[in-house]
Design a protein around this ligand. Structure first.
Ligand code: XMP
Ligand code: MG
Length: 190
């Protein structure tokens, strides 16, 4: 049969070990964070800055809850360093479209692991003299953090395991999952 489609959807027991944060938990948490953000920024215009590509889902689901006046911009960065670990040496692949000086910037992130990438990003953005600069992240791995980062809006602290889903990938796959799950070691040869 021509036009036959092979379906592959990652499941717990297959490519995934277990769900760490469910779809419902993510939805409830983002609604809470958005309400907090709306209160904190009352009367102000917010510039949401996302880091491609992982933050795509958090950005769209967080912003649809916001009632404040918001704009959205994106950066793409690449971490230099061996293997899967971030080195803190970062290169800008795509910069923001607009000047952020005098603006209230809220960086929207998927995950803070070592924190090295975000720490570099915050220094870089701070030098551009925004009126304010804060972070909203869905996930954080407290046991992996190497630098202190002041996170104003936090979704969930999770164990120090490699997770995928809700924007997070392994080799560009698994981003479409509506939840966050631990990837099975057999997938990455562990
Ligand atoms: P750090 O904080 O170590 O993290 O500089 C940099 C980027 O690495 C990615 N990252 C992950 N991606 N599962 C993923 O799919 C993970 O468990 C994970 N930990 C870190 C992510 O893009 C983060 O911004
Ligand atoms: Mg990634």
């Amino acid at each position: 049969q021509e036009n036959q489609t092979t379906w592959h959807y990652p499941e717990v027991g297959g490519d995934l070990v277990r769900v760490v944060v469910s779809e419902q938990e993510i939805r409830d948490k983002l609604a809470d964070l958005a309400a907090q953000i709306d209160r904190d920024y009352a009367g102000k215009e917010i510039l949401l800055v996302g880091v491609l590509k992982g933050a795509a889902m958090v950005m769209s689901d967080l912003m649809r809850h916001l009632r404040s006046d918001v704009s959205m911009d994106w950066m793409a960065v690449s971490s230099y360093g061996a293997g899967t670990q971030s080195s803190g040496v970062v290169r800008i692949l795509k910069d923001l479209d607009a000047d952020i000086s005098g603006r209230h910037v809220l960086v929207v992130e998927d995950i803070i692991d070592s924190g090295l990438t975000l720490s570099w990003l915050m220094e870089t953005l701070e030098r551009r003299q925004p009126a304010s600069l804060e972070i909203a992240t869905l996930l954080r791995k407290p046991d992996a953090v190497k630098v202190d980062i002041d996170v104003r809006y936090l979704g969930f602290d999770i164990p120090n395991e490699f997770v995928v889903g809700y924007g997070l990938d392994y080799a560009e796959r698994y981003r479409q999952l509506p939840f966050v799950a631990v990837l099975a070691p057999h997938v990455y040869g562990g």
